[in-house]
Ligand binder design. Structure first.
Ligand SMILES: NC(=O)c1ccc[n+]([C@@H]2O[C@H](COP(=O)([O-])OP(=O)(O)OC[C@H]3O[C@@H](n4cnc5c(N)ncnc54)[C@H](OP(=O)(O)O)[C@@H]3O)[C@@H](O)[C@H]2O)c1
Length: 328
């Protein structure tokens, strides 16, 4: 697979792999550990060099899984993880990006991942209690000490990105972005492009919806996060089906799958965009990375660009609590 560069010099495969679903969110979970290790290693065999995890996934166990799976190929891969949630009794109960907490999480994440340096350390959500300059300074100190290579932000607004970047260079911003979640387009993407910051779309397949694998008749496990998301109520899944029908028609004409079209559209938005689709199956990794070789014409892109505006998307991408954590 071809590579792309995040920030000044973080070279990664054009499509990465999100590991979150291997430990939580898209039940039934956790996935069998041996199987998940094989999937992570199978991704490397197929050219994926960019892996995404977080302290809070599990919590903790996802970092351990990723660390163990990638230990034999450590030098070939870039591992991103995240700090910033307050975790008590195995559950996230708010935010904490105080400098001493960032340092403590870095130490624990290094241990769980079994690495000398965290390649990319994102703040998972902007903490309104801690000025972003202090966060950038704390991560900058860890960079000086060789514990962290690059600094990232997740779901940060344009002003926060600019302020953070003025203290310590931000290599990548990771936020939800896909054919049905266009929020970063007006401000965040132009800010990243202007400052030379990479952009990593999470949930690039719309949490599965943009692959066509989810419809109104899909039943989710009780621990599946989609049971809490307005966009995934049965009624909204039915209403949003028209979106996937358009994407599927274009995909068919290109001898591709809807998920590949969704990923290729993201890749076409900017050369520093690196989506991280999540899956627990090697066949789906093969399908997803195929998007790196799917050419979309100017007409295809124009058609897709207008799609969400034309057909509309019903329902918020998060519930009220999680929407409240998104930095404006
Ligand atoms: N920064 C943040 O706050 C944040 C938030 C959410 C996610 N993330 C990161 O972003 C990564 C990706 O996001 P995501 O997992 O939420 O959403 P996603 O990648 O949009 O979708 C994942 C879902 O799609 C399914 N899927 C994947 N490839 C498929 C294919 N080719 N055909 C059919 N179904 C397919 C997966 O099921 P199977 O596993 O069964 O294949 C899973 O249910 C996560 O793993 C995580 O690392 C970050």
């Amino acid at each position: 697979m071809h590579t792309r560069t995040l920030g000044r010099d973080l070279r990664v495969s054009a499509i990465g792999l999100g590991a979150m679903g291997m430990s939580q969110s898209y039940g039934p979970n956790p996935g069998d550990r041996t199987d998940m290790i094989a999937v992570l290693r199978g991704a490397v065999d197929r050219g994926v060099t960019f892996f995404d995890t977080a302290e809070v996934y599990g919590p903790y166990v996802n970092e351990e899984l990723v660390g163990e799976a990638l230990a034999p190929v450590r030098e070939q891969v870039v591992i991103a993880t995240k700090f910033g949630f307050r975790i008590e009794n195995g559950a996230s109960v708010g935010l904490n990006s105080r400098p001493e907490q960032i340092r403590a999480v870095a130490t624990a994440s290094l241990e769980r991942l079994g690495v000398e340096t965290i390649d990319l350390f994102y703040q998972h959500r902007v903490d309104p209690q801690v000025p972003i300059e202090e966060v950038a300074g704390a991560v900058g100190d860890l960079v000086q000490e060789g514990k962290v290579r690059c600094f990232g932000l997740s779901e940060a607004g344009a002003e926060t990105i600019r302020r953070a970047h003025s203290v310590h260079p931000v290599a990548a911003v990771q936020s939800e972005y896909s054919l049905w979640t266009r929020d970063p387009e007006p401000e965040v993407l132009p800010t990243c492009a202007a400052l030379g910051i990479g952009f990593v779309p999470f949930s690039p397949l719309g949490k599965g919806f943009l692959t066509g694998a989810v419809d109104a008749s899909t039943s989710f496990a009780a621990d599946d996060v989609r049971t809490t998301i307005p966009r995934f109520t049965e009624g909204n899944r039915a209403a949003n089906q028209v979106l996937i029908e358009h994407i599927a028609t274009l995909a068919q004409a290109k001898d591709a799958t809807p998920g590949q079209v969704a990923l290729a559209w993201l890749l076409a938005q900017h050369p520093s965009i690196v989506p991280i689709p999540g899956t627990r199956r090697i066949t789906r990794i093969e399908e997803n990375i195929g998007a790196a070789q799917l050419p979309l014409s100017a007409d295809d892109l124009a058609d897709l660009n207008e799609l969400a505006g034309r057909v509309g998307v019903e329902g918020d991408r998060y519930n009220e609590y999680h929407m409240s954590l998104v930095d404006k």
